[in-house]
Design a binder for this molecule. Structure first.
Ligand SMILES: [Zn+2]
Ligand SMILES: [Zn+2]
Length: 154
């Protein structure tokens, strides 16, 4: 199940709505089915080049999907902006592949900041991670998850 969270800053009016996790339709065979009329992966990863690359890896390199795929929080190391992007990891015979994303504002390559889930709730985990990053707007380390606004989605 996916979750929608709102991240806010205690020092300014910054807020960002982010979707993380996986939806109900995201079974591995759906993710990897690029032959259907409207492949789900195309809506998750906007880059045609990345989709072509994944298609090639599946078709000619027997790529397999790691099970930690889903929407994760990424941040821009250039301007500190936060994004949600779809993470996928493919392993094949002599390598592995993960898509990379660029910041829409400053074109830096985004870094994924929330890694594997632990026992704490998503909000707690994300909240903890956020304390080490400056607010994209005012630069103070005052980001938090507004837990009144958390939504489930599928
Ligand atoms: Zn940026
Ligand atoms: Zn701020």
């Amino acid at each position: 199940m996916g979750i929608g969270i709102i991240i806010r800053c205690k020092e300014c009016d910054y807020s960002k709505n982010l979707q993380i996790g996986v939806g109900m339709m995201y079974a591995p065979h759906n993710i990897l089915n690029l032959e259907s009329k409207s492949p789900i992966l195309k809506s998750l990863i906007p880059s045609k080049k990345t989709i072509e690359k994944i298609k090639m890896l599946i078709e000619s390199k027997n790529a397999v999907l790691a099970d930690d795929y889903g929407h994760y929080i990424y941040r821009c190391p250039g301007c500190n902006e936060l994004f949600d992007r779809f993470f996928i990891h493919l392993d094949y015979d002599n390598g592995s592949f993960e898509p990379s994303y660029r910041c829409g504002k400053c074109r830096s390559t985004l870094e994924r900041i929330d890694h594997n889930p632990d026992e704490s709730s998503i909000e707690e985990r994300i909240g903890k991670i956020l304390t080490s990053f400056p607010c994209p707007k005012c630069g103070s380390r005052s980001l938090y998850v507004d837990s009144d606004c958390t939504l489930m989605w599928d």
